[in-house]
Design a protein around this ligand. Structure first.
Ligand SMILES: Nc1ncnc2c1ncn2[C@@H]1O[C@H](COP(=O)(O)OP(=O)(O)OP(=O)(O)O)[C@@H](O)[C@H]1O
Ligand SMILES: [Mg+2]
Length: 235
């Protein structure tokens, strides 16, 4: 059963029609990316999946059932968003940010295990537990943002522009970690302007332009497509 099925999704901000009839599927255990330039509507889709921004049309199924319509219920049903620009609690410590990620859990032992798992993925965080999140480097902040999401023990991880503002080498390590997380059983929906690196690790991808999906295929098909190479991959 697919993890996510989005059908004919529409989202408006007042008169602005930001998402115009978007349909896509994410199978369980896949990395699927949505690639597109500034203002295409990628983040709007993510906030809609998190039930923070209301949809104005269409349907969303999570593992075959309607997506719950409140943000905390979405988290409880196993979907966690890593928002664009991380949105950490910058005046809280690394440990406190991780604890916030587990706010909905009633199994302290499971949360403690998941914190250890985050330290396995991102060992640097263990050394920075007492440091304020706002003083971490950009790469460390992204690691913390992903870890905070993992602390809710999700089955579906929504990653909005994780590579934003990071040096190429750090992006490469981050992408390898996303693959590792997928290999451990996670379903990942990844949104990126950075088409090359996103398509590189994706099982499948969708290309989005001004509110619409204009192309889809496997990660390989899309990164080999001459039109996509010209527009998104610099020729
Ligand atoms: N809160 C808002 N109020 C009004 N318009 C908005 C709001 N948020 C986004 N928009 C508009 O909706 C459209 C889609 O924006 P969105 O942030 O989803 O794009 P994006 O693909 O994530 O872009 P980027 O790659 O720059 O992050 C844009 O035209 C944007 O100006
Ligand atoms: Mg965005």
């Amino acid at each position: 059963m697919p993890a996510l099925v989005v059908e004919n999704l529409h989202v408006h901000y007042g008169a602005i029609h930001a998402v115009r009839g978007v349909s896509f599927t994410v199978e369980s255990g896949e990395i699927v990316s949505i690639v597109g330039s500034n203002g295409a509507g990628k983040s709007t889709i993510m906030w809609t999946l998190a039930r923070v921004v209301p949809l104005t049309g269409g349907t969303i199924l999570l593992e075959g059932a309607p997506l719950p319509d409140l943000p905390h219920l979405v988290v409880e049903r196993g979907v966690a968003l890593v928002p664009e620009r991380r949105r950490l609690f910058s005046a809280l410590s690394v440990r406190e940010n991780l604890v916030m990620g587990a706010y909905n859990r009633k199994d302290p032992a499971g949360a403690a295990r998941d914190m250890e798992r985050c330290f396995t993925l991102f060992p640097i965080l263990k050394q920075r537990l007492a440091q304020l999140a706002g003083t971490l480097s950009g790469g460390e902040q992204q690691m913390l943002a992903i870890s905070r999401a993992l602390m809710s023990s999700p089955r579906v991880l929504l990653l909005d522009e994780p590579s934003l503002g990071l040096a190429p080498m750090i992006v490469e390590t981050l992408m390898e970690t996303i693959l590792k997380i997928r290999d451990e059983g996670m379903t990942v929906l990844l949104v990126e302007q950075n088409a090359a690196q996103a398509l590189d690790i994706s099982d499948r991808g969708y290309i989005m332009e001004t509110g619409r999906i204009v192309k889809s295929g496997t990660g390989r098909e899309l990164s080999d497509d001459p039109d996509i190479r010209r527009v998104y991959l610099g020729g």
